[in-house]
Design a protein around this ligand. Structure first.
Ligand SMILES: [Zn+2]
Length: 547
């Protein structure tokens, strides 16, 4: 059986997938007799650069052009077309791989050969130089001389995946070449083409299977067809998603579905069986992590109103099922953790532990927020009552319910946010996160913060500049809430002072009404400030300490 990638390689410009702009321009040039002496075909691998060069050579030397039907297209069937298409020995079409022909001797040889015109009147001599970025500077110099005074009927096509390297080593030659940029072929276009091939071959294949192949082909049509070949020759019967996964060693959708569930439901305990299932199944954990990243990205995209592409129907259903508890800001944070941990995962000798830690951090991430809520409920935080025009003292209101049995008394092991020293630079860097936290958990504060920026820091007092005086009143009521949010990221417990409003009287600390809870919270705050270890422990382990 002839390999599918070869059998279905395009024979005409119109067969080139996705590269319509290139096809139309080349076809027009051939039809109008305006073919250039030098072309640069740039683009990722497997998108049809060499194929397009061969079709150009075929079109220039086709013996039965009128049979093609469309002006500028080759017939694809005459002796000249067939030999060129097959890459067979051919007087008029020379294919060179620069990766192996890069020395000056070859360049000189090329130059000498180029001096000979095509084998017959009316024919073209076409040189196709693959991996052209591998040519040496000397080789380019020799080629430059040819292109300055090109013999008639000689055409050079340079194909490269790295045009910027040619720009570096042979900038003068670029101005003599007509450049075409080949586009990456999207998974939909690849799947569609695979469907045509499957039909033409009389094979049976599931849509999901073709989507998986298209995704694995990563933008290259040739790779897509090669994978289809492999899967077809792997066994009898229809091509199913499971068979594709088996041949390619891919991780099943179920596993990613379970991952989404664990993260969405914050089921930390579910992490260990999930990783065990992966390890037992012999999965590549690196592939799992990058697959997990892709799926979170798809969740993010779906939650922002986009439509993720290139997933199986089963996977899309799973994304739909689990995406609602994962708000866009949450997913951004999950992805940030992934980016942060990925290099360590790759370097670590213990991949399993690394993946477990990643998933645990994902599953636990939002618990830190709940923990803050518990601390607030214990009497530390302000009560948000919109006291219109009435500058009510910030209350440590005993009406806040004490921890009831329903509130988890121990939240363990929650991961506290990374704390560091209180400096202006750090605070400025953290500001977007603090604004984000506020938007999510304290909408009133969140609405005010875009008009606020961190100012001077004096000891543990953070000055905040209110850009619009209109917001000063509202912010005054939210000072403690803001102090708490900042407190998540700094080791000190901070106070907020408003700057840049009125005559400064607003920034005077307001008297707080003393309550038992308030006193207790203050005492605890002092203890925590003195002992960072205790601070972390209170956050992370045992809320009983608050008593
Ligand atoms: Zn022909």
């Amino acid at each position: 059986m002839i390999a599918l990638a070869r059998k279905y390689r395009p024979k005409k410009f119109s067969d080139l997938l996705v590269q319509d702009h290139v096809a139309a321009a080349l076809r027009g040039a051939v039809a109008g007799g305006r073919v250039a002496h030098g072309y640069l075909f740039a683009g990722p691998r497997g998108v049809g650069k060499t194929t397009a060069a061969r079709i150009l050579a075929m079109a220039l030397n086709c013996e039965r052009r009128e049979a093609a039907g469309v002006a500028g297209e080759p017939c694809g069937e005459c002796d000249s077309c067939t030999r060129t298409w097959a890459g067979a020995a051919n007087l008029d079409v020379v294919e060179l791989d620069a990766a192996s022909n890069r020395g000056v001797d070859d360049a000189r040889d090329l130059r000498e050969r180029a001096m000979y015109a095509a084998s017959a009147e009316g024919r073209h001599k076409v040189y196709i130089v693959d991996e052209a970025h591998m040519l040496t500077r000397e080789a380019w110099n020799a080629l430059l001389k040819i292109l300055e005074e090109p013999p008639s009927g000689v055409v050079f096509v340079f194909a490269t995946t790295e045009p910027q390297k040619i720009a570096q080593s042979a900038a003068p030659i670029l101005s003599r070449l007509q450049r075409f940029d080949f586009r990456r072929i999207g998974p939909h276009a690849i799947a569609e083409r695979l469907r045509q091939v499957v039909a033409a071959e009389g094979l049976a294949a599931d849509d999901d299977a073709l989507h998986l192949i298209a995704k694995s082909a990563d933008g290259g049509m040739r790779d897509g067809l090669s994978i289809l070949d492999q899967v077809v020759s792997f066994g009898a019967g229809p091509v199913t998603a499971d068979r594709v996964r088996e041949v390619l060693g891919l991780i099943s959708d179920d596993v990613y579905g379970e991952l989404l569930r664990v993260v969405a439901e914050r089921d930390s305990a579910g992490v260990f069986p999930l990783v065990e299932r992966l390890v037992d199944g012999g999965a590549d954990l690196g592939e799992f992590v990058s697959g997990a990243g892709e799926i979170l990205r798809a969740v993010l995209m779906a939650n922002l109103g986009g439509k993720p592409e290139g997933f199986t129907e089963a996977m899309q259903t799973l994304i739909e099922r689990h995406r609602s508890p994962l708000s866009a800001p949450d997913v951004v944070r999950l992805l940030a953790v992934l980016t942060e941990l990925e290099p360590q995962l790759r370097a670590s000798g213990n991949a399993r532990l690394g993946v477990e830690l990643l998933l645990l951090r994902w599953a636990m991430m939002s618990r830190t927020v709940e923990l803050e809520a518990v601390i607030r409920a214990l009497g530390k935080g302000p009560v948000e009552k919109p006291g219109k025009g009435n500058p009510a003292p910030v209350m440590r209101d005993s009406a806040v319910p004490p921890p009831s049995p329903a509130v988890p008394r121990t939240v363990s092991p929650a991961v506290p946010p990374e704390k560091g020293p209180l400096t202006l630079d750090r605070l400025r860097a953290l500001w977007p996160r603090i604004v984000e936290d506020a938007r999510r958990e304290k909408p009133m504060l969140g609405a005010l913060l875009p008009g606020v920026e961190p100012g001077a820091i004096d000891g543990t007092t953070v000055g905040v500049r209110v850009l619009d005086p209109v917001h000063a009143e509202g912010l005054e009521r939210q000072r403690e809430a803001l102090a708490l949010l900042i407190g998540r990221y700094v080791t000190e417990s901070v106070r907020i002072k408003l700057e840049g409003v009125g005559r400064g009287e607003r920034s005077a600390p307001r008297p707080g009404r003393l309550t038992e809870d308030g006193v207790r919270a203050d005492r605890l705050e002092a203890l925590r400030a003195r002992d960072p270890g205790l601070d972390a422990a209170v956050d992370a382990l045992d809320l009983e300490l608050l008593e």
